[in-house]
Design a protein around this ligand. Structure first.
Ligand code: NDP
Length: 313
């Protein structure tokens, strides 16, 4: 029997994981890292989010580490993380669908200036300027066309947006105007009335979104960040918003994450903040994906969302 040890989400969440695995994959032997009788060294696979410091040594003995997040940058920044063990990111159809729904909500909210409505409602103000742009009139640019970005781009195209995308490689995508590599970035930005950041956090992408970067967008563009907070120089974004260069921002990821109650981002009239919730699949969906990934690895197959140390994502 294949044994999966779980530390993800802490000790008090283990029962909900166990229930989900029992429903979707009863053959998997699931145990908690926090049970005194469990020997982590005897597990075949581990499911983690932010492992405790004393877990890292034992993690180096498993056949595979599965992360409950699609971004694994936080694990790789930990020097003790065992880099020789295959690391698999969270995936599954539901994660991509949830992300597409979130970005649709955020993009339409930017087009309709929903942030102003929220401020007005809080102040009991009935006022409108009647100016709105349609999705069909709007060019939306998606940075990152991977597992999530490719689905998001296709979805936005089906709704009627004019969609372009930016990626490292030259892979094409039906219905999407694809720009590849750094040299193509200025042309891509020029065409993005709304910019969506869905990049992974890597040495190349951290700190990418600065004031000069934002100034390459059309005047009054909207910005949606669902990648990572560290892609953005936050003070530069606030400056661009204050100057009207960017008309509004929807931020699901920020620095620090979680955002402290004292942060001025909360009350900025052009910023909508959500608490890193763009794509959190249900327990059963996550468990199903993990069980399928383990089955693939047991058959000697390479899971599609295997972290690639060469690329850094
Ligand atoms: P993938 O690894 O599948 O895709 C990454 C994409 O980014 C690829 O298209 C890749 O290009 C592109 N890319 C990477 N580096 C560069 C670069 N230097 N220049 C241009 N393009 C680059 O990741 P996912 O789609 O699964 O997830 C993306 C990120 O979304 C995660 O890393 C995470 O940070 C974030 N996320 C946020 C969530 C939330 O709830 N807010 C939930 C899940 C994920 P290429 O196609 O050429 O390889």
């Amino acid at each position: 029997m294949v044994r999966l040890i779980i530390s993800a989400d802490g000790a008090d969440q283990f029962e909900s994981w166990k229930k989900a695995f029992l429903e979707v994959s009863p053959d998997l032997d699931v145990c908690s890292w926090y049970e005194a009788s469990v020997k982590p060294g005897e597990a075949d696979y581990a499911l983690v989010w932010t492992p405790e410091e004393d877990h890292f040594e034992q993690l180096s003995f498993v056949k595979g580490i599965l992360c409950v997040g699609a971004g694994v940058d936080h694990l790789l920044r930990t020097p003790q993380f065992p880099r020789h063990v295959p690391l698999v990111r969270m995936g599954g159809a539901q994660t991509a669908e949830l992300m597409a729904d979130y970005i649709t909500w955020a993009a339409i909210g930017l087009l309709r200036d929903a942030r102003t409505w929220a401020v007005q409602q809080a102040g009991h103000i009935w006022s409108y300027n009647g100016v709105a742009r349609t999705s069909g009139e709007t060019r939306i640019g998606v940075m990152g066309l991977g597992h999530l970005g490719s689905h998001v781009a296709a979805h936005l195209g089906r709704i009627g947006f004019q969609v372009s995308g930016w990626r490292r490689s030259t892979g094409l995508l039906a219905g999407v105007d694809v720009f590849s590599g750094k040299a193509a970035l200025p042309d891509f930005l020029k065409k993005s009335d709304i910019l969506v950041n869905l990049l992974p956090s890597t040495a190349e992408t951290r700190g990418l979104i600065t004031y000069p970067f934002l100034s390459a967008l059309p005047q009054g563009a909207g910005f949606i960040n669902v990648g990572r907070g560290d892609h953005v120089v936050q003070a530069d974004l606030v400056r661009a918003l204050d100057e009207g260069m960017i008309s509004g921002a929807v931020l699901d990821v920020v620095t620090p994450d979680p955002l402290p109650p004292t942060s001025s981002l909360w009350s900025h009239p052009r910023i909508t903040v959500t608490p890193h919730v763009a794509s959190v699949a249900s327990r059963n969906m996550q468990a199903r994906y993990v069980a399928e990934t383990i089955a693939q690895m047991e058959r000697g197959e390479q899971p599609p969302l295997l972290y690639d140390p060469e690329k850094g994502y």
